[in-house]
Ligand binder design. Structure first.
Ligand code: COA
Length: 374
């Protein structure tokens, strides 16, 4: 058995971003147009007028201030309200693979590892641009890695479930190195015309390199233990694919293809599930709150993270103990906890322990206990 470790991490951040204020202007213009078009039915009470969104509500309810996106014009055009991602020919790299390759290269550079020394690419994400061939295999080809690649999806928990799969393979010796990559085009599966959720998501890609701790060329994080759990729920659901769209598609035509959630229920049901999951994982591995230096949590909602942090540590986390990145990135599905890890882990000292934890649709929850090593 070999000790697996995370030796590199990388984040691809799109060049474009949308502030809450910009988003609300577009939504409210769309709502006004919709209300004008439906004025007769609204007047008779047959349909309800669409209410305006507000940036104050968005910030207070979620902690989100801005989000990065692959396309801004389509999302902010009140007549379109979804990203325009130009179709690519078969000879061009696909969008998810392109984002993923960027994040993987950063992870490989950090670890000082050549792509040709990687044996597996796991593309773990909430939505895959196509069913096959696997995005992971396209990334494998673009990077020039060896071995194999496959795609997997456990929604927002995809990254930690992917880390468990890769860590187990490294531990057993079936592979020596794996890239776990999480390209998330959340903007294409969000309904930007739904006031309840139009502010939730952003686009990003993250990657981690997992290899034997003995092979690490610099500071790294030993993967001490991983734990995954699922429990069926319809409260976060995508009924259909997400990239099929028509320019003039009516809301009903595309609503079923996009993200849906019962946010309040998610809030109430997922919080106890996650807090209990982390507490039991810590108990079973002998990690106590006083020796836990950092929590890198899934980035969906600030209130949720504050609650989990307090439950796990038994006190309000101090600045930096439970870093949030959702104010800048919004919810980036599986990538959220890995952005937090990549951007807020350098300062830990050898021997320090932290937990990466993701949670979301399924329901699903995954936790990875890591220890800093030099
Ligand atoms: N602008 C202004 N007001 C809004 C609004 C918007 N964009 N969206 C909803 N509201 C209103 C609602 O109409 C409601 O008004 P009412 O009380 O008069 O009925 C009120 O604000 C509260 O709405 P609600 O949806 O219950 O808000 P919330 O406090 O639960 O926050 C979420 C919404 C989505 C931020 C929150 O539920 C959440 O984060 N849930 C968990 C999400 C999650 O983790 N999902 C996983 C995704 S992968």
């Amino acid at each position: 058995m070999h000790q697996p470790a995370i030796t590199g991490s990388g984040v691809f951040t799109p060049a474009l971003s949308i502030s809450n204020e910009e988003l609300v202007v577009a939504f409210n213009a769309y709502a006004d147009t919709w209300n004008a078009a439906n004025a007769p039915q609204i007047a008779t009470g047959a349909v309800e007028a669409m209410a305006h969104s507000s940036s104050d509500f968005i910030h207070a309810a979620s902690g989100i201030e801005s989000r990065f996106v692959l396309d801004k014009d389509g999302i902010l055009d009140p007549d379109t309200m979804h990203p325009w991602l130009p179709e690519r020919s078969k000879d061009e790299i696909s969008v998810m693979a392109e984002m993923g390759v960027d994040a993987c290269r950063k992870a490989l550079d950090m670890a000082g590892v050549a792509a040709s020394d990687v044996d597996a690419v796991i593309c773990a994400a909430s939505n895959h641009e196509r069913a096959y061939p696997a995005i992971a295999i396209e990334i494998q080809q673009a990077l020039g890695t060896g071995g194999f690649g496959f795609d997997m999806n456990v929604a927002c928990s995809s990254a930690t479930f992917g880390i468990q799969a890769a860590a187990d393979m490294v531990r057993s010796g079936s592979i020596r190195r794996a890239l776990v990559v999480n390209p998330e085009i959340c903007s294409a599966h969000l309904e930007w015309r739904d006031r309840d959720c139009h502010f939730i998501f952003g686009d990003v890609a993250t990657a981690v390199l997992i290899e034997r701790a003995d092979d690490a060329k610099g500071p790294h994080f030993k993967i001490k233990s991983t734990r995954c759990a699922t429990q069926f729920s319809n409260n976060i659901r995508n009924n259909n694919g997400f990239l099929r769209r028509t320019r003039d598609g009516h809301m009903d035509d595309r609503r079923d293809m996009l993200f849906m959630q019962n946010g309040r229920k998610v809030f109430k049901e997922v919080l106890p599930l996650v807090s209990k999951h982390i507490a039991e994982h810590m108990d079973d591995t002998g990690v106590t709150a006083p020796n836990l230096k950092r929590l890198w949590l899934h980035q969906a909602n600030k209130t949720m993270n504050d609650y989990i942090g307090k439950k796990v540590l038994g006190r309000t986390p101090e600045d930096g103990e439970q870093p949030n990145i959702l104010q800048d990135y919004a919810n980036t599905s599986s990538a959220g906890s890995i952005i937090a890890f990549a951007q807020h882990s350098d300062d830990l000292a050898p021997g320090d322990t932290g937990i990466i934890c993701s949670f979301g649709a399924g329901y699903s929850v995954g936790s990875v206990i890591v220890e800093r090593a030099s």
